[in-house]
Design a binder for this molecule. Structure first.
Ligand code: SF4
Length: 643
């Protein structure tokens, strides 16, 4: 594949925004040279005008530039007029977006009132049956004609009223028709949007924004890239709305969002973003702002050599093949390296925040599921026995005193690597940045066994440098494992998690990296360690805890999502690797919960339906007993572990 077969962004070696056409939504533009717009969605009942207005105002005051409101039926769609009127009366002219699923008639009402309508092509004209039907070409075309009939009236209204449309594909809710032809794939997501786009274009309408959301960051990134690739082939340049669906709450939700959204922003893609958190919607905006602010016109880009060919397939995840050295590389999960080098002295207590607790009585170490695999101790001499599963990385000169210890390994600077001749027989770490990569380095690397490269960058936007060096290794057929190292010593806690998840995530989602090493001297060691494991889990590379897929809630939600998510998390957070979806409504929940193992879905006031995968296991049980029933279901399926 040459670069044009895989082109999905302007440039892989310098930040360059993919300029899309400008779409006007009320008083603001999306795409073109407009800044990346921030948006969120209300969680109130749309029929409650005042509650929705007040929540919208909180969002707007927090910096939300477009407010999305659900319109599950004609009544809610009509009430958007009252909401808009009240917002205007209070001095807020922020554009409103109606969120539509299954109800074309509600969309047609809303399109006459608000500035933009979001439709889901997977359920606008289809009821999902989770069937794998076979369609002949004739049947498939008949289906497309049916969609045309259902969608055309909305397009005509939008054209008349100057209303924009977002064609918002969700990975979890592709139609049976699309699934039958393209499967549950990024290409299926793109084609799902294109079916509707073709109809709109045929009607001479192009006021369109596109999105390709998924709760799986790998799928989400591939789908957006493929969308741009396909648009480039046909000269289309529609603006992109970016988001990771059902990202969850707290730090995990932020990390997952940053991995997906940040990776695409690094590619120069994205005109508007929504961070979907199971939290109050105004709390999403500061997160979105931190993500978007890195890509302002003042962004500094490091200079790296350009490339003629992209050596990876950006539409299909494939991990770079590396040799295996101890527990690094090959088919092993990526390792986490903790950094203790700044400590004044190192003793057993220094390892507690990193997952190792020494019990003096039994003279044993207790090791947590999220214990760092390696600890860098820099210049320190460590004079006690360390846990057998842990590796210590020491500066080369310090390690020279410990060459006989099987768990201690040297870290060479590039200069030391080129000039020294004493190496560990088992594992050597070599720190290198793109500027230090040379023919002589390559030559020595080829002669020396058991090396792991620690690829660093000191540039604030250094992902491009690290990725460029990875391209070089691929082109040279070097299969040495790689650990990415970044230092962020001046960021606050939110900035740290969002910037680092973006920077590491962008590399990991391209299949690069056998480990990560994050240094943040102004943060607590346990937080940095937890963040590293969170990033690896968010990229689906190393599962160390329960995965929660929870919807952000909206006007359709049938229970308190934040409270319920916290309740379920409290009793299941020891179930490493189990994926639990907590979804507010049965209309969208089952489709949107993607590849969750268990689903807890609101199915009526005070009622919950429980799923195992896509299958209903317990229908309409009372909310009071639903969490216990969920535990029973997990037990019945053998996924429960007693603490
Ligand atoms: S799944 Fe959640 S966010 Fe989506 S429509 Fe239902 S309640 Fe709203």
């Amino acid at each position: 594949m040459n670069i044009s077969d895989k082109k999905y962004c302007n440039n892989l070696t310098a930040y360059s925004r993919f300029i899309t056409k400008e779409v006007i939504i009320g008083n603001i533009g999306i795409g073109g040279n407009n800044p990346i717009r921030l948006q969120s969605m209300t969680t109130t009942d749309t029929m409650n005008t005042i509650a929705t207005v007040e929540q919208s105002i909180k969002m707007i005051e927090a910096g939300c530039e477009l407010v999305r409101i659900t319109a599950p039926s004609i009544n809610e769609a009509k009430n958007l007029a009252n909401i808009k009127k009240e917002l205007h009366a209070r001095g807020y002219k922020t554009p409103l977006i109606a969120d539509i699923h299954f109800t074309p008639n509600a969309a047609e009402v809303a399109a006459r009132i608000v500035e933009k309508v979001r439709i889901n092509p997977g359920n606008f004209a289809d009821k999902k049956k989770f069937q794998s039907l076979e369609y002949t070409d004739t049947e498939y075309n008949e289906e497309l004609n049916r969609i045309r009939e259902k969608f055309s009236p909305l397009v005509k209204i939008c054209k008349e009223y100057g209303t924009a449309i977002r064609i918002g594909t969700n990975h979890g809710s592709l139609s049976d028709r699309i699934m039958s032809r393209y499967g549950d794939s990024p290409m299926g997501m793109v084609m799902s949007a294109f079916e509707f786009l073709d109809i709109a274009e045929d009607l001479g309408y192009g006021n369109i924004v596109l999105s390709m959301k998924s709760s799986n960051t790998q799928v989400m990134v591939q789908a957006y890239r493929l969308l741009v690739h396909e648009m480039m082939k046909t000269g289309r340049k529609y603006p992109l709305h970016l988001g990771v669906t059902e990202a969850g709450d707290g730090e995990d939700g932020r990390i997952k969002s940053a991995i997906g959204i940040g990776t695409l922003l690094e590619d120069g893609l994205g005109d508007t973003i929504r961070v979907s958190l199971t939290e109050d919607p105004e709390l999403e905006i500061p997160v979105a702002k931190i993500l978007a602010d890195r890509y302002s016109s003042k962004r500094l880009t490091p200079v790296v050599p350009s490339i003629k060919e992209n050596p990876i397939n950006p539409f299909n995840y494939s991990k770079r093949k590396t040799i295996s050295i101890i527990n690094i590389g090959g088919t092993k999960v990526p390792v986490v390296v903790a950094d203790c080098s700044i400590e004044r002295e190192i003793n057993q207590a220094s390892f507690i925040p990193l997952g190792y607790i020494y019990d003096e009585t039994s003279d044993k170490w207790n090791i947590s599921d999220t214990a760092a695999d390696y600890i860098f101790t820099g210049i320190h001499h460590v004079n006690f026995e360390i846990p057998g599963t842990l590796g210590l990385i020491q500066n080369y000169k310090v390690w020279l005193n410990n060459t006989g210890d099987k768990n201690r390994f040297p870290l060479f600077t590039t200069t030391e690597f080129l000039s020294e001749s004493v190496f560990s027989n088992s594992l050597n770490f070599i720190k290198i940045s793109i500027d230090e990569f040379s023919d002589s380095f390559l030559e020595k690397l080829e002669q020396q066994n058991n090396c792991v490269l620690v690829i660093t960058s000191n540039h604030i936007n250094g992902m491009i440098q690290q990725r460029r060096l990875m391209f070089e290794l691929l082109n040279e057929n070097i299969s040495t494992p790689v650990i990415f190292k970044r230092e962020y010593n001046h960021l606050n806690t939110d900035e740290l998690s969002l910037h680092s998840a973006t920077d590491f995530g962008a590399l990991l989602l391209d299949g690069f990296g056998d480990g990560i090493w994050l240094k943040a001297d102004n943060q607590l060691a346990q937080n940095v360690n937890r963040l590293c494991f969170g990033i690896l889990q968010g990229c689906r590379q190393r599962i160390s805890k329960t995965e929660y897929i929870s919807c952000p809630s909206c006007g359709r939600t049938l229970f308190d999502l934040q409270e319920t998510t916290a309740k379920i998390r409290a009793v299941t957070n020891h179930l490493k690797g189990v994926k639990i979806a907590i979804m507010g409504c049965i209309v969208n929940g089952p489709g949107e919960m993607a590849d969750a193992d268990y689903g807890y879905v609101g199915s009526g006031p005070g009622k919950i339906t429980l799923y195992k995968g896509k299958d209903i296991m317990k229908r309409s049980i009372n909310t009071e007993t639903a969490v216990d029933e969920l535990i029973n279901l997990i037990k019945e399926n053998g996924d429960w572990i007693e603490i």
